[in-house]
Ligand binder design. Structure first.
Ligand code: UP6
Length: 357
């Protein structure tokens, strides 16, 4: 897959959300994920709004944010989801689930955070055995069935179908939904907004302006909203010094991914792991930093003194073969995070184009 374009992979990936993500990458000319490790909900939302135009994934650790508002309709998760629609990115809660199947199901769907409601993507460490992947997959399927029901019943209420959809396919779908409707009960969570525009492959950045002035219910133009599928990344390798994950462990992740193609999107890893002809997984890689502006790039950057090790975007993308670079402090601690994010986006995209050449 190293020589394949993201646009091509958008057509062939097994998981609908992965296909969507590849399209988003192509459209925004970005293979950048921001690791939004700030300490308050207010900072998180401001950062997401400012950096949103440059990224395709926003990675969170909800449990290190103070002031997280747990209200499912108006809280921090819902606000992030609105920003994701506005700027066109996916939300990845870096929860690194590791426990027995039943427990991870509950941690994923219930409790205070209800991660499944607002995070398109989450991840798991499969040290506890791969059955927990199946447990998470089952939870996601159930959730999606419930949401489908709620959407189905909410689009039929109120506004005529033609006012909500501007293409005939979607209208037909909505009419089918209308026919299928059971009791007209109004759903509570989702309303459908379809922005249909054709998608053309990009070879140059098309990031022109952000949508700051359009309000929080604005929708990113050029692509429809993300599908309602949820996706999992397997934590196959880590960036930290002395990491205990063995080759066997990484291989077990590859096997688990292949067994759950409908739910596992890919990996958090330090290298590309697709080897079989029909592997269509995506790779995201943390431990990424650029040397300060003006300094020569030679593949590695000094670690943080607490075990984190850093590679540069070009090394990770061209040599290690990753698809998306995950950058935290490299961007957050810069004097101007939005312009630093743009610098990472440009570098990451250039490395991807270099890989294709
Ligand atoms: N992360 C890693 N390495 C891994 C997996 N995850 O650093 O192998 C996560 C960390 C942090 C982010 O939990 O949120 O990626 C890296 O942040 P940084 O760029 O500030 O080092």
């Amino acid at each position: 897959t190293l020589k394949q374009t993201f646009a091509d992979r958008a057509r062939t990936a097994a998981h609908p959300l992965t296909r969507y993500l590849f399209r988003l990458m192509d459209l925004k000319a970005s293979n950048l994920c921001l690791s939004a490790d700030v300490t308050t909900a207010r900072e998180l939302l401001t950062l997401a709004d400012k950096v949103g135009p440059s990224i395709v994934v926003l990675k969170t650790h909800y449990d290190l944010i103070s002031g997280w508002d747990y209200n499912p309709q108006t809280g921090t998760g819902a606000k992030l989801a609105a920003l994701a629609r506005k700027h066109g990115f996916l939300i990845f809660e870096d929860r690194k689930f590791v426990d027995i199947g039943k427990t991870v199901q509950m941690q994923y769907t219930a409790g205070t955070a209800r991660i499944i409601e607002w995070a398109h993507i989450t991840n798991a460490n499969i040290d506890a055995g791969k059955d927990m992947v199946r447990a998470l997959a089952e939870a996601a399927t159930k959730w999606k069935e419930r949401i489908h029901y709620e959407v189905k019943t909410s689009v039929t209420v109120g506004t005529p179908v033609s006012d909500r959809f501007d293409d005939s396919d979607a209208q037909e779908q909505a009419q089918t939904r209308q026919r299928d409707d059971v009791d007209g009960r109004k759903g509570s969570i989702v309303s459908i907004t379809t922005v249909t525009q054709s998608f053309e492959p990009a070879d140059s950045p098309r990031l022109t302006k952000s949508h700051h002035d359009q309000g929080d219910d604005a929708v990113f133009p050029g692509i429809e909203e993300a599908p309602m599928d949820r996706g999992l990344l397997l934590l196959a390798q880590m960036s930290s010094k002395g990491c205990l994950m063995t080759r066997e462990y990484t291989q077990a992740c590859v096997e688990a991914a292949r067994e759950h193609k409908g739910f596992v999107m890919g990996y958090v890893s330090q290298e590309a792991l697709n080897s079989a002809p029909d592997d269509t997984f995506i790779h995201m890689t943390p431990g990424c930093k650029l040397p300060p502006p003006g300094e020569e790039e030679n593949g590695q950057v000094e670690g943080d003194g607490l075990g984190q090790q850093y590679n540069t975007p070009s090394r990770l993308i061209t040599i290690c073969g990753t698809d998306i670079i995950i950058v935290g402090r490299g961007i957050i601690e810069a004097a101007d995070p939005p312009s630093e994010a743009e610098r990472y986006r440009r570098r990451g995209w250039k490395a991807y184009l270099g890989r294709l050449a």
